[in-house]
Design a protein around this ligand. Sequence first.
Ligand SMILES: [Zn+2]
Length: 247
Amino acid sequence: GGLHHAMKSRASGFCYINDPVIGIMKLLSRGKRVAYIDIDAHHGDGVQKAFYETNKVLTISLHESGYTLFPGTGFEYEIGEGEGEGYSVNLPFPHDTDDDGYVWAFEEVVPELIHTFQPDVVVTQLGVDTFYDDPLTNLQLSIFGYERVLKRIKDLAPRWVALGGGGYNISNVARAWTLAWSVMNGMELNEDLPESFFKEAEKVGIEERELRGNPRTPPHSLNEESREEIERVVGYIKKTIFPKVKR
Ligand SMILES: [Zn+2]
């Protein structure tokens, strides 16, 4: 699941049915208050569009900037319209954003919004295409940054519906979603993957034999200009969106 690009009457970006939207609508029909957090490398444009004019759903998308990545939207000034003004939140990141820059921005923005909005349920799109070795994107995150974000979501969510998402390095997908499952269930898994797994995994080109592996230094690190850009976006959200979001 997590096919966040599909539009009401148009397929887009490998997505033909927007399961996050359908799931959220079901929750709304049961009177639930829903916050949606999208940590895929791509902007969650289909989900944003579905709830752009309502204050019943708070959508937060963290992604690589639309200047460098599909679908070319998700700028911080897309904040919703009408009653929905302030309930669409976008955190676009420069292409060289690493774990520390990403987690810093997440911490500055997401917990405050969730505490104010007080959802009954948090729906997440957990794409793993933010990793530095993903072939389709440019962000520089690692499984360690991903894990830090998941642990925070677990703290913040009263109920958690976890959906998949993008991820084009198959080893990252297998390992990061196993890790995500363990975080959701409060379990600490053995770092060594079982022998039975990597026998099968080798056939599809997975060479890693550990759940997280060694913390490798991504090829690009956050430069000063990008750091300032992240701080600017976070400042904009605090000034423009924080005062608009209500319980
Ligand atoms: Zn994606």
